[in-house]
Design a protein around this ligand. Structure first.
Ligand SMILES: *Cc1c(COP(=O)(O)O)cnc(C)c1O
Length: 232
């Protein structure tokens, strides 16, 4: 049986290998996406050295954070954000990857405690033609970034994207390259260091295109229960 610790070891080695192949020597953060996984599995990953965990749903996070409060976990929110959840998210996470509109950024900024370090945020961009996908359009990106950088309780770190899934490595790279090009453009005017792209099936391609955070769930924890429902 493959344990979480085994999977983490394989993924860490794969990340290093891909980074080397891409001739990079900067840091790449492995974010363990633990949505739909019970607290016990996060604890197991933590004992294997994993520190950063990504969650998509507020209700689920409340329970898990209570059960894991003895651990020094770095919590990342990566799911769609409803405005009535911004209060909790601003107080209980270190990072938010999925900021996609001004109203949400403003609410997070207002709700973040003065006593905490500024909340690290990424703007989620819409990197595919599918109009149903969430994320800001490239056209409105610079304006949103301009608003966020002056918010005292947020720290704009970079971009996040979820391109359409495909098994074709060349297509994966082409989609990530578009995101990376947008990131480079934005960096001409803003001080940014984070490109959050790549999941279980495409993180190698993402690393080749410059990912600094890869968000990996099923490759660490196994398949999520198919009947898992978000009761957010
Ligand atoms: C679920 C999820 C992931 C992880 O997906 P896997 O395919 O299980 O690695 C990454 N990012 C976001 C935003 C997700 O919702």
């Amino acid at each position: 049986m493959t344990t979480i610790s085994d999977s983490l070891q394989v993924i860490r080695a794969t990340i290093l290998h891909a980074r080397h192949a891409a001739m990079r020597n900067d840091e790449i953060l492995l974010l363990a996406v633990s949505k739909a996984q019970p607290a016990q599995k996060l604890r197991e990953a933590y004992l294997a050295g994993q520190r950063a965990f990504g969650e998509n749903y507020v209700q689920e996070t409340i329970t898990k954070q209570e059960q894991l409060k003895d651990l020094a976990i770095e919590w990342h929110f990566i799911g769609p954000i409803q405005s009535n959840k911004t209060q909790f998210i601003a107080q209980h996470f270190d990072w938010v990857h999925s900021v996609d509109r001004l109203k949400i950024a403003m609410r997070l900024n207002e709700a973040r405690s003065q006593s905490l370090a500024p909340l690290n945020v990424c703007i989620q961009i819409n990197s595919s033609e599918e109009s149903s996908k969430s994320g800001v359009d490239i056209d409105s990106l610079a304006n949103l970034a301009k608003e966020i950088v002056v918010m005292p309780h947020l720290k704009l770190r970079g971009l996040m994207a979820i391109p359409a899934p495909t098994k074709d490595l060349a297509k994966q790279r082409a989609q990530f390259k578009m995101v990376a090009d947008t990131f480079k453009m934005l960096k001409q005017n803003f001080e940014l260091d984070t490109l959050s792209i790549g999941m279980s099936d495409d993180y190698i391609a993402a690393i080749h295109e410059g990912a600094t955070i890869v968000r990996i769930g099923s490759a660490i924890f196994g398949k999520r229960a198919p009947n898992f429902k978000n009761e957010n």
